[in-house]
Design a protein around this ligand. Structure first.
Ligand code: SF4
Ligand code: SF4
Length: 327
């Protein structure tokens, strides 16, 4: 059998962001980054990771890999972009984000310039986290940076030379296993063992973002019975406190934050829609009841209260032993 070729992962964290997606990814277990780098996942190429937060090299030594890639000297690489992409054309001087320095001028190299140089040579590009996918918090209305997501920057119909669209894995931060599963899928593609990655209209992997938070929420049973919390700390459904879970596509309710633990509404945190292209503007003000849920919770209340009463009645009966067991 032919040897499976090697591949480099060039990870830029120099968009506007907090490096939180890199940190989150280190908590992945399905698989872990260590599994991938040590060859513990079968049938994928040998991987070399170049991430500034995790690298042993620094300064020019670290940047040299990116220079070589930009010059076409790295045969095949996946570019991972973390952080929001600023508009460097909306001002007369200075820059919003940069990484490394130009060896001729000693001036910082803007992040946008790196993306312009690397994107045409990348085998695939992954936007990691909400900032890189759709702009995130930095792209809020009225911000001075003109920030945007990678697909807004390169174009939503952009394709790599291998014909692969931008792959968006949103989340603030990205759910670690969602990122690693996506990466492993691409590595399987690189090894010729998987078909084109299935993506939705927002360029998210369909198997990860096809269901709503509500569909996987531990509190769904309360919703159905109109058990709506009026204050924080209750165990019931928190839609009236501002949860957008019924319309937000995210698997964190089912999958948890890391190692199956947490998941925003499961532990009492309202879903604010961080995996959605409309985040944050369309979900604000946070903590207010979503307007659409006014209608649905009213409708559910009529049905839910009667169902709850009937279930209590049945439950009372089931909590008593059958009469024939008594003397
Ligand atoms: S807490 Fe949110 S996601 Fe969970 S059941 Fe209520 S509305 Fe749905
Ligand atoms: S449940 Fe909502 S707030 Fe939490 S990660 Fe998913 S989309 Fe973001």
């Amino acid at each position: 059998m032919d040897a499976i070729p090697e591949i480099d992962i060039l990870w830029i964290t120099a968009g506007l962001g907090c490096d939180g997606d890199t940190i989150a990814m280190t908590a992945a277990r399905q698989p872990s980054i260590e599994d991938v780098l040590r060859g513990g996942v079968p049938w994928i190429p040998r991987v070399r990771l170049h991430n500034p937060v995790l690298a042993r090299e620094n300064g020019d030594e670290f940047v040299s890999t990116f220079r070589r890639a930009a010059e076409g000297q790295i045969a095949r690489f996946i570019l991972v972009v973390e952080g929001s992409i600023p508009n460097e054309k909306n001002k007369s001087e200075g820059y919003w984000a940069a990484f490394g320095t130009d060896s001729q001028t000693a001036q910082p190299i803007p992040t946008c310039e790196w993306i312009d140089r690397l994107a045409p040579k990348a085998w695939a590009i992954v936007a990691a986290g909400t900032c890189a996918t759709y702009g995130g918090i930095h792209a809020i209305e009225g911000n001075p940076t003109g920030c945007m997501g990678l697909a807004d920057y390169l174009g939503w119909t952009w394709r790599s030379y291998a014909g692969i669209p931008i792959v968006n894995v949103p989340g603030c931060p990205v759910q670690p296993d969602n990122f690693m599963e996506t990466l492993v899928y691409l590595l399987q593609m690189a090894a010729g063992r998987a078909p084109m990655i299935p993506l939705d209209d927002a360029l998210r992997p369909t198997w990860l973002f096809g269901q709503t938070v509500h569909e996987g929420c531990d509190r769904g049973g309360y919703y159905e019975q109109a058990g709506f919390a009026e204050e924080h700390g209750a165990t019931s459904c928190i839609v009236k406190l501002g949860c957008w879970g019924p319309v937000v596509q995210c698997n964190v309710g089912k999958r948890g934050w890391m190692a199956g633990i947490g998941g925003c509404p499961n532990v009492g945190g309202i879903c604010i829609g961080c995996t959605m292209p409309g985040f944050p503007d369309k979900f604000m003000p946070f903590m207010n009841q979503p307007p659409g849920s006014l209608l649905s919770t009213n409708a559910v209340t009529t049905y839910g209260k009667s169902i709850q009463a009937l279930r209590r009645f049945t439950q009372d009966s089931l909590n008593r032993e059958p009469a024939w067991r008594r003397r």
